[in-house]
Design a protein around this ligand. Structure first.
Ligand code: GTP
Ligand code: MG
Length: 322
């Protein structure tokens, strides 16, 4: 009998510490393997995370969110080029809200993120936010850890700003950049409500287009209505396609990080862990409400209909029964 030769995957995973060492030495295949295992939360993931733990906490996570088509991918590409001039090691995570089947946006990102091609200092991974309604997926947090363990200095995280995702980005990223552009119409209205709340820096991209200055003034106007630190959020005009304005954005990011990002890695990583717990809790409650305790749920629904119980109080009852 001949023993079957172990596959490269099995070999990679047999010794997680060796895999992490190879990641840190810049071996792309090793990083790719780790990212895939963590993304899928495979059976190898816990041991891998254990081997990574001593190396976690260095990477700065910068989130880019904003309406579809604002130019987030193009900007991430331009900023990556800038950071590569400074010899920074970069990890990019693009969360694709579309179905995992279409794949269209992922292909588009690859085309726009040309800085990631043929450069060993850049590693990019697209994730589908399956079932998470456009929100960030918990898998993204694990991929951040993989990039961090691989020695990336900066992780750039792109998500489309729809509903849940801006809240998620706010919790996960150390620096939050909201990207808008002229001509997005009603999206500016939407940004005023949700996205503005989470922005550390506002970018008006497509500054080469008519209306960019007006968009910038509108955003400044909306910001001036708030009090406290949110009133001082910088609004920067950028042309991602040419790179105009990217150095000024880089300075603004550095300034923000120096002044506001906790030096203590535990503080930053704790926020991400809290996000993961909250997401898991929300999933559990959702499961329970949808699949468990049908009779109880109907009873509570009738009470809500009768006006004797508020939906939030009904949710509290379900939670206490868990
Ligand atoms: N004129 C101009 N066009 C730009 C600029 N930046 C991006 N674009 C174009 O805008 C379109 C959308 O750019 P993307 O970078 O894919 O935008 P996105 O926000 O990542 O889009 P989604 O990920 O689909 O939400 C592309 O056709 C880009 O070439 C810019 O600075 N000026
Ligand atoms: Mg994009």
């Amino acid at each position: 009998m001949t023993a079957t030769k172990p596959s490269p995957e099995t070999q990679d995973l047999a010794d997680p510490a060796a895999l992490v060492a190879r990641m840190r030495a810049g071996e792309r295949r090793a990083t790719s393997r780790a990212v895939t295992e963590l993304e899928r939360l495979s059976s190898a993931a816990p041991r891998l995370l254990e081997a990574m733990r001593p190396h976690l906490g260095r990477a700065l996570v910068i989130g880019f969110t904003g309406p579809p088509g604002a130019g987030k991918s193009t900007l991430v590409n331009a900023y990556t080029r800038y950071l590569r001039e400074e010899n920074k090691q970069i990890g990019i995570i693009a969360v694709d809200p579309s179905s995992p089947i279409s794949g269209g946006a992922i292909l588009g990102d690859r085309i726009r993120m040309t800085a990631t091609l043929d450069d060993d200092g850049v590693f990019m991974r697209s994730l589908a936010s399956r079932g998470h309604l456009g929100g960030l997926c918990p898998a993204a947090v694990r991929v951040i850890d993989a990039f961090d363990a691989a020695g990336k200095d900066i992780v750039l995280l792109e998500t489309v700003g729809t509903g849940q995702s801006e809240i998620d980005v706010a919790e996960v990223a150390d620096v939050r950049i909201v990207v808008s552009a002229p001509g997005l119409g009603d999206d500016i209205q939407a940004m005023k409500s949700g996205l503005l709340e989470v922005a550390d820096i506002l970018v008006v991209n497509k500054a080469d287009r008519e209306g960019a200055e007006r968009t910038a003034q509108q955003l400044k106007g909306a910001l001036s209505l708030r009090s406290g630190p949110r009133a001082n959020v910088p609004v920067l005009k950028v042309t991602a396609t040419t790179g105009d304005g990217v150095p000024a954005l880089a300075v603004a990011i550095d300034d923000f990080a120096t002044a506001n990002v906790a030096k203590d890695a535990t503080v930053r990583r704790r926020r991400r862990a809290r996000y993961l717990i909250a997401r898991a809790a929300a999933d559990l409650v959702g499961e329970r409400v949808r699949h468990g305790a049908d009779g109880e749920l109907d009873r509570l629904a009738d009470a809500v209909l009768a006006g004797t119980l508020l939906p939030a109080d009904a949710a509290g009852k379900i939670l206490r029964g868990m």
